[in-house]
Design a protein around this ligand. Structure first.
Ligand SMILES: [Zn+2]
Length: 54
């Protein structure tokens, strides 16, 4: 199963979850630290290309 990295929109901690693609779409993903469902997906290669937004 793939792993996904997220950054919490509440406490700003990064966390990694392992789940299927369908689970990622269907499940409400919550931060394991603070329980916030606000999050950003972090993709390292993608992130490197777009790290500099104007
Ligand atoms: Zn959090």
């Amino acid at each position: 199963m793939p792993t996904y990295d997220f950054r919490c929109g509440g406490c700003r901690k990064k966390y990694t979850l392992t789940m299927s693609i369908t689970d990622r779409d269907r499940k409400r993903i919550k931060c394991p630290k603070c329980g916030s469902s606000k999050k950003e997906a972090v993709f390292s290669s993608f992130f490197a290309k777009t790290s500099r937004k104007s």
